[in-house]
Design a protein around this ligand. Sequence first.
Ligand SMILES: NC(=O)c1ccc[n+]([C@@H]2O[C@H](COP(=O)([O-])OP(=O)(O)OC[C@H]3O[C@@H](n4cnc5c(N)ncnc54)[C@H](OP(=O)(O)O)[C@@H]3O)[C@@H](O)[C@H]2O)c1
Length: 225
Amino acid sequence: MASVLIVGASRGIGFEFARQYRAEGWTVHATVRSPSGRAALEALGAQVHRFDALDEADVAALDEQLGEASFEGVIVNAGVIGSREASTTRPPESDEFALVMGTNVLAPMRLVPALAPRLVPARGTLAFLSSRMGSIGEADATYASTYRVSKAALNMVVRLAHIEFGQQGVRVLALHPGWVRTDMGGKGANIEAATSVTGMRAVIAERKAHPGGTFVDYTGTPVAW
Ligand SMILES: NC(=O)c1ccc[n+]([C@@H]2O[C@H](COP(=O)([O-])OP(=O)(O)OC[C@H]3O[C@@H](n4cnc5c(N)ncnc54)[C@H](OP(=O)(O)O)[C@@H]3O)[C@@H](O)[C@H]2O)c1
């Protein structure tokens, strides 16, 4: 039976990944950083682990909790948007910068060496929730600029992980989920999490159409780095 790990699955897009993969009979490992979301994930039949992206010690703790588990898929979803202002008019506060960069960039950099080897046996996929807002080629607005900078940096993490682990058969992807109705996306967003995740799961499943080292949205359309 195929097995997937979703990092940051308490709500929103991460929870929907857990729901859909469980509905298809996958073994699902899911992380939460607080009791919030744990019961709902356990009710789905997911194996739940505690992981706070801002706590360096939690990477080793998660690694230990996972034991010998290997995966067909790992989805690094946990993310924060921080201030929605533009740093071109108001530089980010140090605390906000540390929160956004710590969650969206440093944590993924710590997770790559811990989790990518678990994808080698199955030649699996390591997918990161990026954002079109991190695209340099398609940048057309300045609001939430710390978030934009963090996702642009995350995209480089994706490319580096692809160079390193692609040689071992691991496919590393940067995914744009669309503008999704979640706590982060807000009520005015374009699509439901179910639509976004159905699309991203199709992208993850289509290895030939979407090779490692690519940045693609939930419809399978490439996004400029
Ligand atoms: N929604 C959109 O329109 C949109 C668009 C582009 C990209 N994205 C990306 O998609 C991903 C998911 O977004 P979403 O809309 O589902 O966001 P969300 O509803 O705000 O959920 C964020 C998730 O990240 C977790 N998280 C945040 N900080 C964490 C930490 N320090 N440690 C562990 N988990 C942490 C949250 O856990 P808690 O419940 O414990 O806070 C929650 O599970 C993010 O990476 C986001 O940047 C979203």
